[in-house]
Design a protein around this ligand. Structure first.
Ligand code: NAG
Ligand code: NAG
Ligand code: NAG
Length: 703
C-alpha cells in the first residue's frame, strides 16, 4: 500500500478568470441574445449574476466520466464549465473530422446542460493549454506561405473555416444561450496580446479581422478576447496580469465592462519539474478579494485537469494534468480544497443582492486592513474584511471588534456576523491511497518484442542534411531515426562522438548497440551529447533515435519551431552534411502492435531477465473489482508510452528526476471505461531499461 503525497502540483489556478469592475453608473446593457452585460456583471435572462466557473477539458477525461465530474462541480457550487476546443484532435488530417468518443464536444455540452450549468466555449482555435502544438493541427505547417496567428491569408482561411464549423455545430444543436442552450460566452484567439508585437504590422489587422470574423458568426452571446487591450467592438477586452488593479488601462469602449482575466501562478507541470502546491486558503483569499473588488465572474483553471492521453501533452508536460485541482486527475474530490471553495461560493452567493445591486465602498481599518462594503439598503449589506498583513489583528468595524487572521478575508453577510473566513478551513482533509491489486512480477506473463535498430541501408528517406524532426515526422510519432555510415580507419578504437540536438531526447546506437543517451530540459530544449564510443575498423553503422516529448504550445511563429539533430561530429570530423537516412516512427508503432489485431504481426518472445533499450512489453490483466479509479504504477520503468486495449494512456518518464531525486509522475490513469472485465491488453514501449516485473496495477481510494 502506497500513499501518494501531494507531489504533482497545480501551478496555474486561474488562466482566465474574469472580474468585472464597475465603471460608471450610466452604462446600458449590451445585447447578445439572452446574454447581455453591463458594468456590473453578465446578465442572463434579465438577471445579473455572480458566477463561479471551472475549467474541465472534455478530451482529458472520458464521456463516461463527464456526468460525474459535472455533478461534483455543481455540488461544489460551480455555475459555469469552461472548456477549450481542440482543433488538432478534431481535424487530424485536413478536412477529415473526428467528434467521436472523448472528442464529442456536443455530448459534453449537453451533459453540462442536463445538470443545469452554463458553458464558456473558448474556441481559440489557437489554445496553448499545454496541449501539443497549442491545439493547431500540424498539417497547417505545410500550407505554402502560412504564418500562424497573423494577418496572413492562408492562416485566416483555415482559422475561419474551423471556427465557423464549431459555431455552426453548436447552433445546429441549439447550444447557445440565445437558442435556449447553455453557452453564455465564447472566446476567440487566446492571450494574443502577449505575442502581438512580434507580428509587427501584421498583428493589429489580425486582431481586427479575428474579432470581426467571430462576431460575424452571430452566436447571439458575447465574445471575449483575453489579454487583448485593442479588442475591437463589441468583443470585450479583458485584463490578464497580476496587477490588473493598477496596470489595466480599462475597457476600450464606454459600453464594455471591465473584465479582469487573472493569471496567477503560471508554472506548467513538466517532467523533471519541481512540485508546487497552492493551498485552499490562498485560493479562497484571492477569490474573495476578486469579489470584494466588484468581481462577478471567477474561473478556476483547472477545476478538473484530467489526463493527457496518447501524445497530446505539449513539450515536456507530464501526463497527469492539474492533478491538484479541486477534483483530482481521476475525478475524486480533493479535500479540503473542494469543500473550502464550496463554502466560499455558498457564502458569496448568500450576499448576491447587495453585491449585485448595492454600492461598493472601500474603508480603511488599519495599515493593512480594509473593509469592502456593499450596501443596497439599510438591511441589504455585505462586508469583506481583509487583513493582507502577516499578523493576527483585532480591528473594529461598525463598532464591533473582529479578530482577523493573517492573509485572510472574513465575509459578513448582513455586515454583522462572520459567516466565512478564507484562512479558517473547517472541512476535514482527505488523503489519497493507491492499493496494489495486481503485481506483474512473474516473467512468464510477459512477452517481449525488441524494436529493430535500423541502419542506413534500411532507410528509403534520404537527405544530405540533417532534417528538422517536427516537419518531417509531422506529429505521427514521437520518434525519428537519423542514420549514417562511417568509415573508421584509425588504430584507436575509441572515438569521440559529439551531437548537438534541438530536442528533446537522443539515444545513439553504434552497430546496433546503445552507445549513449542524453536529453534536454523544459527550460533548455537543446543539448549536446559528448561520448567516447567504440568503433570497429572499417564500416560502422551509426543510428540516432531522436524523440520529441510533445510539441511546443506557446509563443509567436510556432510554425518555425524545430527539433531533432542539428550537427554531428565523429573524431572531430563534421558529418552534419553527410548522406543521412531517415525513418519516421518505430516499426511497432507502424504495425500498431499495441492493438489486439496488430499484436500478431510480430514475433513476441519470452521475457529475458536482462532488459534492453527499445523493448516492447506485453501482458494481459483482468479489471479490478469495484468502481475505484485504476492506475498503473510505472515507478520501476524509465521512459516510454503505454497502451491499454489499443488506447494510449500517455507518455511516462519516470527516470527524469526532479531536483529532489523523485520522479514527477509514477501513477498513470487507466479510465475504467476502456477496460473489459477480463483479458485487457497492456503494451508498454520502454526506451530505456525499466523493469516491468515491478509494475503494479493499483486502485485509488480517498480516506
Ligand atoms: C501568464 O501566464 C503565462 C503562461 O501561460 C506566463 O508566461 C506569463 O508570464 C504570465 N503572465 C503574468 C503577468 O503573470
Ligand atoms: C467598485 O464599484 C464602485 C461603484 O459601485 C466604485 O465606486 C468602486 O471604486 C469600485 N471598487 C473597486 C475596488 O474598483
Ligand atoms: C551544411 O549545409 C548547410 C546548407 O545546406 C550549410 O549551411 C552548413 O554550413 C553546412 N555545414 C557544414 C558543417 O558543412
Amino acid at each position: 500500500m502506497v500513499v501518494l503525497h501531494q507531489k504533482v502540483v497545480v501551478e496555474r489556478w486561474w488562466r482566465c478568470s474574469f472580474l468585472a469592475l464597475i465603471l460608471t453608473a450610466s452604462l446600458g446593457a449590451v445585447h447578445g441574445g439572452d446574454v447581455t452585460y453591463d458594468g456590473r456583471s453578465l446578465i442572463i435572462d434579465g438577471q445579473h449574476k455572480i458566477l463561479f466557473s471551472g475549467s474541465i477539458h472534455y478530451p482529458r477525461s472520458t464521456p463516461e466520466m463527464w456526468p460525474n465530474l459535472i455533478v461534483k462541480a455543481k455540488e461544489g457550487r460551480i455555475d459555469v464549465i469552461q472548456t477549450y476546443v481542440f482543433w488538432n484532435l478534431h481535424e487530424p488530417h485536413q478536412g477529415q473530422y473526428d467528434f467521436s468518443g472523448r472528442r464529442d464536444l456536443v455530448r459534453f455540452i449537453k451533459e453540462i446542460q442536463a445538470q443545469g450549468l452554463y458553458v464558456t466555449l473558448r474556441i481559440g482555435p489557437y489554445i496553448e493549454s499545454e496541449w501539443t502544438y497549442g491545439g493547431l493541427p500540424l498539417w497547417l505547417h505545410d500550407i505554402p506561405g502560412i504564418v500562424f496567428r497573423s494577418d496572413n491569408q492562408p492562416f485566416k482561411i483555415q482559422m475561419q473555416r474551423f471556427t465557423a464549423k464549431i459555431v455552426n455545430m453548436m447552433k445546429s444543436a441549439n447550444l447557445y444561450a440565445s437558442q435556449g442552450g447553455p453557452i453564455i460566452l465564447s472566446q476567440i484567439e487566446n492571450e494574443y496580446g502577449t505575442v502581438e508585437s512580434s507580428f509587427h504590422e501584421k498583428g493589429l489587422p489580425y486582431v481586427r479581422w479575428a474579432a470581426q470574423m467571430a462576431v460575424g458568426l452571430q452566436t447571439g452571446v458575447p465574445w471575449v478576447m483575453c489579454k487583448q487591450d485593442d479588442a475591437p467592438n463589441p468583443v470585450i477586452n479583458t485584463c490578464n496580469s497580476m496587477q490588473c488593479g493598477t496596470k489595466f488601462k480599462g475597457p476600450n469602449s464606454p459600453n464594455k465592462p471591465s473584465l479582469w482575466t487573472e493569471n496567477w501562478t503560471s508554472f506548467v507541470e513538466v517532467f523533471g519539474g519541481k512540485p508546487y502546491l497552492r493551498s485552499a486558503q490562498d485560493i479562497a483569499y484571492n477569490v474573495a478579494l476578486f469579489i470584494a473588488k466588484n468581481g462577478s465572474y471567477v474561473n478556476y483553471y483547472m477545476y478538473h485537469g484530467g489526463t493527457n492521453f496518447d501524445r497530446s501533452a505539449s513539450a515536456y508536460v507530464i501526463t497527469a494534468y492539474y492533478d491538484q485541482a479541486p477534483l483530482d486527475e481521476y475525478g475524486l474530490i480533493r479535500q479540503p480544497k473542494w469543500g473550502h471553495l464550496k463554502e466560499l461560493h455558498a457564502t458569496i452567493k448568500s450576499c448576491s443582492k447587495p453585491l449585485l445591486y448595492g454600492t461598493q465602498t472601500t474603508i480603511s481599518l488599519g495599515p493593512q486592513q480594509q473593509a469592502y462594503v456593499f450596501k443596497s439598503s439599510s438591511t441589504d449589506c455585505a462586508a469583506f474584511l481583509e487583513n493582507s498583513g502577516d499578523m493576527d489583528v483585532k480591528i473594529q468595524f461598525q463598532n464591533i471588534w473582529y479578530q482577523l487572521p493573517p492573509k485572510s478575508i472574513s465575509i459578513l453577510p448582513g455586515c454583522k456576523n462572520v459567516a466565512f473566513n478564507t484562512a479558517k478551513v473547517t472541512v476535514p482533509s482527505n488523503t489519497r491511497e493507491m492499493k496494489s491489486q495486481i503485481q506483474f512480477n512473474s516473467a512468464e506473463k510477459w512477452k517481449v518484442y525488441r524494436e529493430a535498430i535500423p541502419n542506413l541501408d534500411d532507410t528509403s528517406l534520404r537527405a544530405n542534411i540533417l532534417l528538422d524532426q517536427i516537419s518531417t515526422a509531422k506529429d505521427t510519432s514521437d520518434y525519428m531515426w537519423y542514420t549514417f555510415r562511417f568509415y573508421h580507419n584509425s588504430p584507436n578504437a575509441q572515438s569521440a562522438l559529439s551531437v548537438l540536438s534541438q530536442g528533446h531526447v537522443l539515444h545513439a546506437f553504434i552497430n546496433g548497440v546503445l552507445a549513449g543517451s542524453a536529453h534536454g530540459s523544459p527550460g533548455d530544449k537543446s543539448f549536446i551529447m559528448e561520448n567516447n564510443v567504440k568503433l570497429t575498423p572499417g564500416r560502422n553503422y551509426i543510428s540516432f533515435l531522436s524523440a520529441t516529448v510533445g510539441l511546443p504550445n506557446s509563443g509567436a511563429y510556432l510554425e518555425r519551431r524545430v527539433a531533432g539533430l542539428r550537427s554531428v561530429k565523429v573524431q572531430g570530423r563534421d558529418v552534419t552534411n553527410q548522406s543521412w537516412g531517415y525513418q519516421v516512427g518505430l516499426l511497432g508503432e507502424k504495425l500498431q502492435i499495441y492493438t489486439a489485431s496488430g499484436s500478431s504481426k510480430v514475433q513476441w518472445e519470452s521475457f529475458q531477465s536482462s532488459t534492453k533499450p527499445l523493448t516492447w512489453y506485453q501482458t494481459t490483466f483482468d479489471a479490478p473489482e469495484g468502481n475505484n479509479p485504476v492506475v498503473l504504477n510505472l515507478g520501476s520503468m524509465g521512459k516510454g508510452i503505454t497502451w491499454v486495449n489499443g488506447q494510449g494512456i500517455g507518455r511516462y518518464w519516470v527516470s527524469f528526476h526532479t531536483p529532489d531525486g523523485t520522479s514527477s509522475q509514477n501513477w498513470y490513469h487507466i479510465p475504467r471505461s476502456i477496460l473489459k472485465s477480463t483479458g485487457n491488453l497492456l503494451v508498454i514501449l520502454e526506451e530505456e531499461s525499466g523493469n516491468p516485473l515491478e509494475i503494479t496495477l493499483d486502485t485509488v481510494y480517498t480516506t
